[in-house]
Design a protein around this ligand. Sequence first.
Ligand code: G3I
Length: 370
Amino acid sequence: MKNYHVSLLALAIGVLSVFGCTPTEEPTPLQDGLGEGEYIPLKELFKDHFPIGAAVTPNHMDSRTPHGRALIEHFNSLVAENVMKPDALQRVKGTYTWTNADRIVQFAKENNMMVRGHTLTWHSQTPDWFFYDENGDLHTPEVAMKQLEEHITAVVSRYKGDVYAWDVVNEAMFDWDPNGQIIYREDSPWYKIMGPAYIDSAFVYARRADPDAKLFYNDYNSIFSWKRNKIFDLVKRLKDNNIPIDGVGLQGHWTVGVSEQDLRTTLDLFRSLGVEIQITELDLSVYLSNDEPGSTIYTDAFNMRQRIAYPMLMKVLLDYSDIITGVTFWGIGDDASWLDTPGRKHFPFLLDEQLQPKPAYFEVQKLIRR
Ligand code: G3I
């Protein structure tokens, strides 16, 4: 447990002023047995509910660095942010590069962490040779499937017993289409070569290579009606056809404006399919819209928004912890996020730029430590 100076009074004023109230009395102190500013590491906090993961790069895999220490302290699951993708593992056909992915798996083993694998089949970060021949023409379905089978078999076999869950297919559904006319991402070379059949095949290859690994379909914007219904139909079709799929990964690239109702409706929908759910890429941006001016300072307004949004979100996830088998942040702390651009930081995590718990962290802690 460590100290972090949080003013409970400031928090009360902040939260109440969001709802247009004026505080008249001091908030009730916590009855959780912790002193002010003391915290329980995330993985301990959620240990009775689900593993807590982080997306990492190989240079984080060093217990002497701040990132390595934060990982060991707070997380019991890792996923490679980039180095298990096809372009990292098999940039050149037939030549596999394992070094970076191996470092992550090794670090996880040394520190009793689980590893999620991301990702086996994707239209992005996949070398052209998977899709095109030397003349630039799309491969036949037979050639493309043979190559995909070889890739999945090699990768899943190498990490058999070490990687407990795979994102077998990533982002295969068309994203923005409120009328539901276009189901699949038709500009994916995988789709162009053979339609949606590649999805089914990828799951079959992965199951053959490691019958014990949990197999996931993973996508973003999956809490919105136009997308979640497509994902629902896909997973239902796969299950009806005895294609081996164990779960759905809901990428959590949300904002502080994320809707509790959207979350609950989505989780209820997938519950009815009888599959596991994992929140695979959680980052809660501080901005309410893309039009909001960017900032490199973590303002009071950002702080207040996250103190409200994060506990709301985590409460929902706790309410569904019978079907949620993992929650993975898409990074470690606010020092680095794929969302950040010059002049516009998103501060999306529970750990700050120094990898210390933020005020929102303490609000989340209260959910469990009351
Ligand atoms: O590896 C090269 C490096 O050699 C080069 O010097 C550098 C210069 O820009 O680029 C490096 O590659 C970058 C790579 O991240 C590794 O840092 C790519 O340009 C960059 O595009 C790539 O971005 C990744 C993105 O996926 C690519 O689609 C992000 O880090 C990663 O967070 C993001 O993750 C995706 C998930 O896989 C799927 N869901 C959405 C999520 C966010 O986009």
